[in-house]
Write a protein that binds this ligand. Structure first.
Ligand code: CTP
Length: 419
């Protein structure tokens, strides 16, 4: 099997010396490692050291490399399976967040399509500066894995947060991304599902959009494909549960062994979920419910009249909140949140207001996440903390969600599953 390609970009920070240990360790384990250094990074650790440890030339310049036909930022970005920026100083984070490409490292970041990681390293005030925090939030929302710096005495003789994570921590994060990438390309191995940890459990999953009819011809709906809900139901069956899918109109085939209850509108969905929730162990609301329906439903096709048409909408019930209010003892409730901004803050409000045990939040704008894709990038929100997961297949995520819910039901530590 060809070994994974790891691209490491260094910007200017004293923490650059730690990258020698990382490169040496990864190379010894058989990974292909290539290194980009900014001019400032090269003042902290010379390219010769990193070239010797990676067994590859170190890239510093957009132009003037040994191979004149090579366009370094394009070739390197295509080559990489994963791209770690470490140390990431405030400047490179700002450039990445704002899409600047004025040197080799920033241009390669712009051109990269692989999973991205950054390990910030800087003075505590630079790290806490609202501009840096906003840039980190932007990158996180785009699906970057941010490896938090540690507290400690910094090189600038101030104590605080800003010390780059240790090489072992960086290596662990790179490997987690590479494993998720492999999982996204492969169905879960048979051996991982031959134990049936959910045997005897009833799992109810809602999936797909709802359609709110205006008349026999038209309706109000959304772009949900149902893929994530169907993947969870399949995972539930594979893990031994009795699985039921309450599904809005989608063009997916029902997973083998899963009972499907078809619904169209939010009111249909509410009725079906109340019925199915009665004896369910785990309830997962992955459906994209229309928040409003038309006030009037027309029995016949509405005819064109004036140039402007105003239609009145009324609010649909919040089904998840209703299930949260009427949770049975031992029942575990999982909601979803699809956001386009302020992901963690908005999702936390939903977790609490709807009385969920777990909430899966994703950002529609994150690459590899969202409605039509086979992969997802999500955060798992618990009442007391949040875990950010990297890119993975919707099916692999289904397994993680269900095993996490099982741990919550048993009162075990769910982080063992997630991490
Ligand atoms: N949900 C629900 N009933 C509704 C709306 C949403 O059960 N009428 C559920 C969804 O299935 C999902 C969670 O609530 O599990 C969050 O849905 P989302 O659309 O992200 O948020 P809303 O609560 O509708 O809030 P907003 O649209 O304002 O973001």
């Amino acid at each position: 099997m060809e070994s994974a390609h790891i691209l490491i970009g260094l910007s200017g920070s004293i923490a650059a010396f730690k990258i020698a240990t990382l490169v040496s360790s990864l190379t010894k384990q058989g990974y292909e490692v290539r290194v980009i250094e900014t001019k400032h990074a090269a003042s902290f650790i010379g390219p010769l050291t990193l070239a010797a440890l990676s067994h590859n030339e170190v890239y510093m310049d957009e132009f003037g490399g040994t191979n004149e036909a090579m366009i370094p930022h394009i070739e390197l970005s295509r080559w990489a399976d994963v791209f770690l920026i470490a140390p990431a100083d405030a400047n490179i984070l700002a450039k990445a967040a704002h899409g600047l490409g004025d040197d080799l490292l920033s241009s390669t970041i712009l051109a990269a399509t692989c999973p991205m990681l950054a390990a910030p390293a800087m003075n505590v005030h630079m790290y806490e500066n609202p501009a840096t925090q906003a840039n980190l939030q932007t990158l996180h929302e785009r699906g970057w894995t941010i490896i938090d710096p540690a507290y400690g005495m910094l090189a600038c003789q101030e104590a605080g947060k800003g010390r780059m994570a240790e090489p072992e921590e960086l290596e662990k994060n790179i490997k987690a991304i590479l494993e998720n990438k492999t999982a996204a390309n492969e169905a879960p191995a048979e051996s991982s599902i031959d134990q049936k940890p959910l045997a005897g459990k009833r799992v109810v999953v809602s999936a797909g959009p709802t359609q709110e009819a205006l008349d026999p011809v038209r309706f109000l709906s959304n772009h949900s494909s149902g893929k994530q809900g169907y993947a969870i139901a399949k995972a539930a069956h594979d893990l031994g549960a009795e699985a039921t899918l309450v599904s809005g109109p989608v063009s997916l085939e029902a997973p083998e062994g899963v009972r499907v209850v078809p619904i169209v509108s939010a009111l249909d969905l509410e009725k079906a979920m109340i019925e199915e929730a009665k004896d369910a162990d785990f309830i997962i609301m992955a459906a994209a419910v229309a928040d409003y329906r038309f006030k009037d439903h027309h029995e016949q096709k509405m005819k064109k009249t004036g140039d402007v048409l105003t239609l009145e909408l009324v609010k649909n019930p919040d089904i998840l909140a209703g299930l949260g209010q009427n949770k049975k003892p031992g029942q575990i409730l999982c909601g979803f949140a699809m956001e386009t901004e302020n992901l963690d803050t908005n999702a936390l409000v939903k977790l609490e207001s709807k009385n969920c045990d777990l909430l899966i939040a994703n950002n529609l704008r994150t690459k590899g996440a969202g409605f039509q894709t086979d992969t997802n990038v999500v955060s798992l929100l618990f009442p007391d903390h949040t875990e950010h997961l990297g890119l993975q297949s919707k099916e692999a995520l289904g397994h993680t969600i269900l095993k996490t819910m099982l741990a919550l039901q048993k009162g075990e530590d769910p982080n063992v599953i997630v991490r």
